[in-house]
Ligand binder design. Structure first.
Ligand code: PLP
Length: 447
């Protein structure tokens, strides 16, 4: 397994993260356990800020909190000077409870409810990323009721869809998100937004994909957005102060992945904006980006205790852990690949090929197919790397499995940031209607 951030193997042959021995972490917090390398999260945040500072452009780096949203994470994000994207009342509430500055919160989503819009207006958040015509009308109406004006970006689809290694140029974009540039909806949305007295149109937003390893998709998106800006300036006399080019910067899950450095993505984006907008505007727009995965993904490691094994001679050996698709649904959902390490015997030679199974009642509940490990026995500690993004945030209670705890580790110190769910938590919202409650014996008799 590739050792990310502060991960290292100590003199006892144990995996250590943030100066904390993972065997000690298991003893203290039990498994499954999400371990987040705080120094690595901070380092990634600083890489974004540094790259933008070098460009000389004004900027905001907004953490897409859906990747991993907890109150402690919101605190880290504020301390590092980033902004925060939220997509629901739950993420907004988490940020507000963590005292995250509302003016640095951006609200995304293709179906924000009236209640969510009202909550965000009351909190005086910094910006709404408006996704469709219904929202444009609704947000203006709610802002008017509140006798206020709100900042907006319009989410546009520039006809670029980026995948890991290539981008696809699509004409008419088939997507549930945003206003299409090529069919004129984006233009119509700009006209409408300019006419709405309670909306302040700051600019445009585009997000082209996720786990992207090349810069050309971002470059083409910047070019198409700039061409649209030219049209809007000439025909409507309006200029955009902000161009948001989204997130999607790739990370290394396995050695098949070759992401660029953060600075390479950002330099490509700022260079593209300089190149395409210099001929459009006297003052270059402020650039916003929204990394999610790349801020937290490789900072996370999940620790599991190994339980049963099933060896099918000549076929495969299954090794089961005390978690699975409930704490990491990505292999089942996306066929995602992960790497593992035997954390309590990390220096021993890998000698057998095994497949790591979860404990849920689904054949698809597999974490890793065919990985080499030392001979494992029940009670061993398994570490799966790169689980910081879209693991905790997508965790479920399938099979009524309790969701794991999350700890931040740094400089030999560990702090619980999410408690492990308890069995009473599992039934906390359950109700039994009176008519099917178990009756005392005397009442059961028909007299
Ligand atoms: C999910 C999302 C992001 C973050 O994507 P990552 O791949 O995690 O960087 C950014 N912006 C928008 C609009 C998103 O939906």
């Amino acid at each position: 397994m590739y050792l990310h951030g502060t991960s290292t193997i100590n003199a006892q042959g144990h995996l250590e993260i943030g100066g904390c021995d993972t065997v000690d972490l298991r003893n203290q917090y039990e498994t499954p356990l999400y371990v987040m390398d705080e120094a690595l999260i901070r380092q990634r945040a600083r890489e974004y800020i540094e790259a933008f500072k070098k460009s000389g452009l004004s900027f905001q780096v907004a953490y897409a909190s859906k990747a991993f949203c907890t109150m402690a994470m919101c605190r880290l994000v504020e301390e590092e000077g980033l902004s925060l994207d939220v997509v629901s009342e739950g993420e907004l509430y988490t940020a507000l409870q963590a005292d995250f500055p509302p003016e640095r919160i951006h609200f995304h989503g293709n179906n924000k409810t009236p209640e969510e819009l009202q909550m965000a207006i009351s909190a005086q958040i910094g910006c709404f990323v408006v996704d469709n015509f219904d929202e444009l009308h609704l947000l203006n109406a709610i802002a008017a009721e509140n006798k206020t004006q709100v900042n907006i970006l319009l989410r546009v689809t520039p006809g670029v869809e980026a995948h890991t290694h290539e981008y696809i140029s699509t004409g008419q974009t088939d997507s549930k998100f945003g206003f299409d540039i090529s069919n004129g909806s984006a233009y119509e949305a700009v006209q409408l937004a300019l006419d709405k007295p309670n909306l302040v149109l700051l600019g445009l937003h585009s997000h082209i994909g996720s786990q992207i390893f090349e810069v050309d998709g971002f470059q083409v998106a910047a070019e198409r957005v700039s061409a649209f800006a030219v049209q809007v300036k000439h025909e409507l006399g309006a200029t955009f102060r902000v161009i948001n080019l989204g997130g999607g910067f790739g990370i290394r899950y396995t050695d098949e992945d070759a992401p660029l450095e953060v600075s390479e993505y950002i330099t490509a984006i700022t260079d593209a904006v300089k190149k395409h907008f210099t001929r459009v505007y006297q003052t270059l727009p402020e650039i916003w980006v929204e990394p999610g995965r790349s801020l937290v993904g490789d900072a996370g490691t999940t620790l599991y205790t190994i339980g049963t094994s099933k060896d099918i001679p000549g076929v495969r050996k299954y090794v089961s852990v005390d978690g699975g698709m409930t704490d990491n649904p990505r292999p089942a959902l996306y066929d995602s690949k992960y790497e593992a390490l035997l954390a309590n015997r990390a220096l021993e030679e890998a000698e057998e090929t095994v497949s790591i199974a979860g404990k849920c009642c689904e054949s698809g509940d597999m974490l890793i197919w065919d990985t080499k490990l030392p001979h494992v026995v029940s009670g061993d500690l398994l570490a799966v790397a790169c689980t910081g993004a879209y693991n905790y945030s997508m965790a479920s209670n399938y099979n009524r499995i309790r969701r794991p705890a999350v700890v931040f580790v740094k400089d030999g110190r560990s702090d619980l940031v999410v408690k492990r769910e308890t069995l009473p938590d599992i039934v906390a919202n359950d109700l039994i209607p009176q008519r099917i409650q178990k009756q005392p014996f005397a009442l059961e008799r028909n007299s």
